[in-house]
Unconditional design. Sequence first.
Length: 88
Amino acid sequence: MMNFILSILWLFLPAGLANASPALFRWFPLLNTPIDYGKSINGKRILGDNKTWRGLICGTFVAIIFVFIQKSVYPWATEFSIINYSEI
């Protein structure tokens, strides 16, 4: 059971870190512009108030970096890895 829980946590770790990364990069205000540039359709924002370029770029970057870390650790973590990282 514990192996299954570790497998799920290991699988979702890049997504969780990517979700938290915009808060870690607040010191980079240049990318704080909304992706939809504040435009709206029928009075509603297209993507909402909290979708910024900082979140998109930093989240993607952090997720990719952590997948590369998982790939490099894969030979020692095969027992709880759901994805075969040697094929990535």
